[in-house]
Design a protein. Structure first.
Length: 600
RNA sequence: GGAGUGGUAGUUCAGUUGGUUAGAACGCCGGCCUGUCAAGCCGGAGGCCGCGGGUUCAAGUCCCGUCCGCUCCGCCA
């Protein structure tokens, strides 16, 4: 009879310690490695909790030793024996290193092909190969560890919101209605209704609001969302969202509940005490000072808008042309450092800024004080700047001898995007991105609408159910661009963890917002009729937010890609190399769904 | 849709101005070995150089195309 039936597992591999010496055990796992000394055979046994050394000697358990001689890497084995001390032969690298199991019986439960890559940490194998054999990649401790934390974080999250804050965990449909706003939908053709399609949820936005209309009061879901857009290291076509909604609350109430959760997760996962309340910054300030709406505030290096100071006062050709075209100039002052070289100024920085539309990066090096007592400049910008202006800029930018200033001049969007990027590049180069530092902030007061130049219409910056600030509702008729929304994003170390808003709970305001977005009453009814109907039956003031759960895990795990925290991720072309999805299907299936392949 | 980058034994890589039989390390297979833990020693096997064209006396190397991975721009309310 197999050991599996006669000897239930007593311990996981990583659990045994010196206090277990003398204990009879039954252990199960994968062979990490074996070392055959002719006599004694050592086997490192692995499961997701760690490694354990087995010792098999020829006597008195000859049968076990004979089997030990045959085992190979990644075979699955069971062993029974006794925990003994390793004495002077302890291995300080392993948590179980002070003990080993003197094996009395050994059984091979499963043989294994030689794996296509070694199952160990720190290997730099082709991502291709790893994704094809994802189940093997997941055996690697540095990866499986991420999923242990993922599981724990989910449990802490459910516990916190349901038991401590009165949330209900509720589910919403996966087969939903397609609406053309936002990201591209994944569509599912209906068999029963020819030419009709379901859409997979980009987020359960309307449904969670309907839960508030239903009186569920507080809703929580850890839900899968789908967006058919191109991938990035931090974007997968399906991802997991912590979705929340609350009734009878203000923005501050929602932020407070979330902050408590953030503190709890960081405390339990990393032992880090997050100081509450979290920092807040308006969208306008973030754009002005950091050029983006998710600044990494582990370090300073703020940007300075010099447009007003420089216009009409510099001869530097590039700036003059940009001013004539209505553009702006912003500066990124940097402290003295030999970590930033001439090559960076000439090559790296322009290359980093180019993808955002910047035609170049101007710069000035700050030298010693000249005859007039003003720090001198060298570099492309230096010549066109008078001594008086230089003195002024030295003061405003806080420049010191040996320092450096980077300038980008262009349209505001280009200037902000490229300098935001350069700020991160310099922060990294100057060693200011401490992986153990955690800088959270709420970005608040987002604009309600942004002008879509291509479509010549207003678009919702967050989504069309976001409530304007109460005192800005009047501007819906006069100046939509000036309206600020009751919307907020949670940012950590330059990553947008999530965002949300107070929702519109008045039908008249919702109707006006749709109109501003260029949706006629008929169009709004067609798309969101069920939702607008519901709002008329007594809607509580409500709001909520959604957190990108995978991105949160990325931060907690120190992962550089979402793929490291999603068990079975897709490639950049949205395929699964392991299961080979998506795949073609039988023509009969096309026919059933009333669709036909398009001739290419 | 666009830009960049990579693809050579199972794996990670090297491979010169185009020039003998494409190498190394690790892994794998066999043998020896009773305290290893990156075990050690001896021996061995293992290659559609991503794929398809082209240039050339000769292509892993040069040119064109294509497929796949990754990073980024566009896109992601």
């Amino acid at each position: 009879m197999s050991l599996l039936h006669s000897n239930k597992r007593t311990h996981r591999c990583g659990e045994l310690r010196a206090t277990d010496i003398g204990t009879p055990v039954a252990v199960y796992g994968w062979v990490q490695s074996y070392r055959d000394h002719g006599g004694v055979v050592f086997i490192d046994l692995r499961d997701r909790t760690g490694l354990l050394q087995l010792r098999c000697e020829p006597t008195p358990h000859a049968a076990a030793h004979a089997i030990a001689n045959t085992v190979r890497v990644e075979w699955v084995v069971a062993a029974i024996g006794t925990v003994i001390s390793r004495g002077n032969n302890a291995n300080p690298k392993l948590p179980t290193g002070t003990v080993e199991v003197a094996v009395e019986a050994l059984e091979v439960l499963s043989e294994a092909l030689t794996p296509p890559f070694e199952i160990k940490d720190g290997l730099e194998t082709n991502e291709n190969l790893r994704l094809q054999h994802r189940y093997l990649d997941l055996r690697r401790p540095e990866l499986s560890r991420n999923f242990v934390l993922r599981s724990e974080a989910m449990q802490w999250t459910r516990q916190y919101f349901t038991a401590e804050h009165g949330f209900l965990e509720l589910e919403t449909p996966i087969l939903m209605k397609s609406t053309p706003e936002g990201a591209r939908d994944y569509l599912v053709p209906s068999r029963v209704h020819p030419s009709s399609f379901y859409a997979l949820p980009q987020s359960p936005q309307t449904f969670k609001q309907l839960f508030m209309v239903s009186g569920m009061d507080r809703y929580l879901q850890i839900c899968r969302c789908f967006r058919d857009e191109d991938l990035r290291a931090d974007r997968q076509p399906e991802f997991t969202q912590l979705d929340l909604e609350m009734s009878f609350v203000t923005q501050e109430d929602i932020e407070a509940v979330l902050e408590g959760w953030v503190a709890l997760i960081w405390q339990r996962a990393l032992g880090v005490e997050v100081k509450l309340p979290l920092r807040r910054m308006t969208y306008a300030d973030a754009m002005d000072q950091y050029g983006c709406d998710k600044p990494d505030l582990r370090f300073g290096l703020p940007l300075h808008d010099l447009t007003a100071r420089l216009r009409g006062r510099v001869e530097f050709r590039v700036f003059v042309d940009v001013f004539d075209a209505g553009g702006i100039v912003k500066a990124l002052p940097l402290p003295p450092s030999d970590l930033i070289t001439r090559k960076d100024l000439d090559k790296t920085f322009p290359a980093e800024a180019a993808p955002f539309g910047a035609k170049g990066v101007a710069w000035a090096r700050v030298g010693a004080a000249g005859p007039g007592g003003v720090l001198e400049w060298s570099g492309p910008v230096a010549k066109g700047v008078s001594e008086a202006l230089r003195a002024e800029l030295n003061e405003v930018l806080g420049l010191v001898e040996g320092g450096l200033v980077l300038f980008v001049a262009d349209k505001p969007a280009v200037v902000n995007a490229s300098l935001a990027r350069l700020r991160l590049v310099c922060g990294e180069r100057l060693g200011k991105m401490d992986p153990k530092a955690w800088s959270f902030l709420w970005v608040t007061d987002f604009p309600m609408f942004e002008w879509d130049e291509g479509a010549k219409r207003w678009g919702a910056m967050h989504h069309p159910f976001t409530s304007p600030r109460a005192d800005h509702i009047g501007l819906l008729d006069t100046d939509p661009g000036a309206i600020l929304a009751q919307a907020y994003d949670l940012v950590c170390n330059g990553t947008e963890l999530g965002g949300g808003s107070i929702r519109i709970h008045r039908t008249d305001v919702q109707a006006k917002v749709f109109r501003t977005l260029g949706l006629s009453d008929e169009e709004a009814r067609e798309k969101f009729g069920f939702f607008l109907d519901a709002l008329q039956y007594g809607t509580p003031p409500h709001g909520g937010l959604a957190i990108g759960f995978d991105r949160l895990l990325m931060l907690l795990c120190g992962a550089h890609s979402l793929r490291d925290v999603i068990a079975f991720p897709k490639t950049q072309k949205a395929t699964c190399l392991m299961s080979e999805s998506p795949n073609t299907v039988d023509e009969r299936q096309w026919a059933e769904l009333h669709i036909a392949p398009r001739r290419v």
